[in-house]
Unconditional design. Structure first.
Length: 473
């Protein structure tokens, strides 16, 4: 059994479980703790370090969620295979430099209580009052410098990734930033790209329309499979923290393989981080960009999933080499977001409102997802199966009776519930044993969930009587 000697500091501002998690994760990534080695039991480590059992369990749970360790029944916790990260000598990015000069997954109608319009209005008024001089000139092609600085700080704090604001590019939605990215990649001669299957087809469509050669790559429970099908590619497009639509979290082992592939292939990985903040169990999974030691990950982030769909603001975090190319071509692209919107969101973030907003909607949507899942599991265990419900604005449910996915989607739509067929995201032959549906719960009031699900199951042909007494209202 491996000996763990973390330096746990009770005076540190970071929670104790996070200090322990980061220590073990770092030791595994460096290869100091090897595959198959057994970790101390939760109680043993708790006694040794003088910290609570809950603290150790929380750290272990997060490591399991990210694929660093596994739990074996009646045996303990063991380290999974995670290749030590290769590192090459690259130019150090300046973290605090100052500059010299959507596609959405679905069009959403959000819960009316999810956004603080009063705080937003105050930030808007403050921008108009105090930033009048800035509003008299045109917006920066790349996005306002102070807004890029707030994004830089946010992705470091929330996603664990470092960036230079000179390499952050802001655009009016994911569609615009992807179009800018295709121009940069063409300039570098990178035009063969692999996409996840199943996956979000509209992102792939943009690349195909720009003349890129696209190939669909299969998934397993650990994420994207790198095999013969990935041969001759120089780009990969992935959503490792909440794969769309499966909900798969890419394992740590698979992430390191992707990063190693990028170095060997002289390629780049495009990380679509579309709703990573909306994770309902454990802390958010660190971004792939945070693991990147060789400047090979292009990070795409968006505020549309976490704020409002009408706020179409997305951004790229480019590797240094791509950032240099962007500077040569950026004058060809106008800035599609007004200075007012940029500076208002900048102030909204600077004053801490955005971070509090994330916590609020995470709690709200976690409650909705949990109530919907509990009701189905407790009342209709023979008719439904929950496939994914741990993050994002939707859950995936498998229906265990003879209906087509289209019929079920229509039934949900009649009751004002947004739903889509799983097969609409599959790009190869698809023969499911049972229909799978993506059910969006963002616009459903919690007190309506039970009655809607009860009615839907009845309409879809269920004969069993719901066990209403099991779930108290």
């Amino acid at each position: 059994m491996v000996e763990l000697l973390p330096q746990i500091d009770p005076k540190d501002t970071a929670p104790l479980y996070l200090q322990l998690y980061k220590y073990i994760k770092s030791e595994i990534e460096k290869g100091s703790i090897e595959k198959g080695e057994k970790l101390p039991s939760i109680r043993n480590l708790s006694d040794k370090l003088g910290i609570s059992i809950t603290t150790v369990r929380t750290a272990y749970d997060q490591l399991m969620m990210e694929g660093y360790i596994q739990s074996r029944d009646k045996s303990g916790y063991y380290v999974e295979e995670v290749s030590p990260l290769m590192e090459t000598k690259i130019q150090t990015l300046k973290k605090n430099s100052t500059p010299s000069g959507d596609f959405q997954k679905e069009e959403a109608i959000y819960d009316h209580g999810c956004f603080d319009f009063i705080k937003w209005k105050k930030c808007l008024v403050s921008t108009l009052t105090h930033d009048g001089d800035k509003l008299l000139s045109e917006a920066d092609f790349q996005g306002e410098a102070e807004f890029r600085e707030e994004i830089r700080k946010y992705i470091f704090q929330a996603r664990g990734a470092e960036a230079d604001i000179e390499n952050i590019v802001i655009g009016a939605g994911t569609q615009q930033v992807i179009n800018i990215l295709t121009a940069i990649l063409k300039n570098l001669g990178k035009n063969r790209i692999g996409f996840e299957n199943p996956g979000y087809m509209l992102s792939e469509l943009i690349f195909r329309n720009q003349g890129f050669v696209a190939k669909d790559l299969e998934l397993d429970k650990e994420g994207l499979i790198l095999g013969e099908s990935a041969k001759n590619l120089d780009l990969l497009y992935v959503s490792p923290n909440h794969q769309f639509p499966t909900g798969i979290v890419m394992s740590a082992s698979r992430r390191t393989k992707l990063l190693s592939w990028a170095i060997k292939a002289d390629g780049y990985i495009i990380e679509d981080d579309y709703d990573s903040e909306l994770r309902y169990f454990g802390r958010p999974i660190p971004s792939l960009k945070a693991m990147d030691k060789n400047d090979r990950v292009i990070h795409i982030g968006s505020f549309s999933s976490t704020l409002l769909p009408s706020i179409r603001i997305s951004y790229l975090v480019l590797p240094d080499k791509l950032g240099q190319v962007y500077k040569e071509i950026k004058s060809s692209y106008s800035q599609g977001i007004s200075k007012v919107d940029q500076l208002t969101l900048c102030r909204f973030m600077k004053e801490g409102h955005y971070q509090r907003h994330i916590k609020r909607i995470r709690r709200l949507y976690s409650e909705k997802s949990g109530q919907m899942s509990d009701y189905m599991l407790k009342n209709y265990p023979n008719d439904t199966k929950i496939i994914s419900n741990t993050s994002g604005l939707f859950m995936i449910v498998e229906f265990l009776f003879e209906k087509t996915e289209e019929e079920i989607v229509r039934a949900f739509g009649k009751h004002g519930v947004k739903a889509t067929a799983y097969k609409s995201y599959v790009k190869s032959e698809y023969r499911p044993q049972n229909p799978r549906i993506l059910i969006y719960f963002y616009n459903i009031k919690t007190d309506k969930l039970k009655s809607i699900i009860k009615t839907l199951i009845k309409e879809l042909g269920n004969k069993a009587k719901p066990a209403d007494k099991i779930l108290k209202t």
